[in-house]
Every structure is written in C-alpha cells, then in structure tokens.
Design a protein around this ligand. Sequence first.
Ligand SMILES: [Zn+2]
Length: 110
Amino acid sequence: MLQACHERAPSLDVTEALASLDAAPQATRSRYLNHLEREPSLVIATRWLAGETLSDAAAQPRVMAALEQASAPLKRYRCAACGFEASQHFWQCPGCQSWDSFPARRVEEL
Ligand SMILES: [Zn+2]
C-alpha cells in the first residue's frame, strides 16, 4: 500500500516509511536515488549522502552537519492559515487554532 502511494505521489514521509522497512542498506540507498529521480529533495539527498564516503574523510562530519542543518527546516510541517511551522503534524494548529490547516506534506514539498 505504501509502495502504491509512493508511485502515485512520492513524498518524504512515504519514502522514509518505506526505507525503514528495507532489509538492506543498499535497498534504502536505491530507494533514495529513485526518489531523487522523481523529485529533487535536499532532505533525501542528505540521507543518501550519509551513506557515502567522501574522498576527504576529515571533511565528512562537517559537510554532513552542514547539510543536516540546512535540510532540518525543510522537514517541518507548515500551517496553511498562519505559517506556523512544527516538526510534527497537527490537526489543530497551535499557532492560530485552525483545524486541519496543516497539509500532510513537509515544507520542502510545498
Ligand atoms: Zn495556524
């Protein structure tokens, strides 16, 4: 069912859910590449890159930290009514009290 949902419209949450079910790391990396072919995503590119070894190994922790920091705000959900952003999805916005105003998509996908 998740795979069918992903085929219709790839999303960060569905890709991450499917990745959590992958038995082998290589399958997860392949899944991330498949996502990137369909939808450009800094969040997914960062996940994929985490499994790579850079030629300059000493620089890798700094590069990964910078990418994680840059992509963190893109993982939030945003209220369509007031713009309040949160790392979790809300049915009622804590900012403006609107019901069902959070699209089920991350900020990067809006
Ligand atoms: Zn709101």
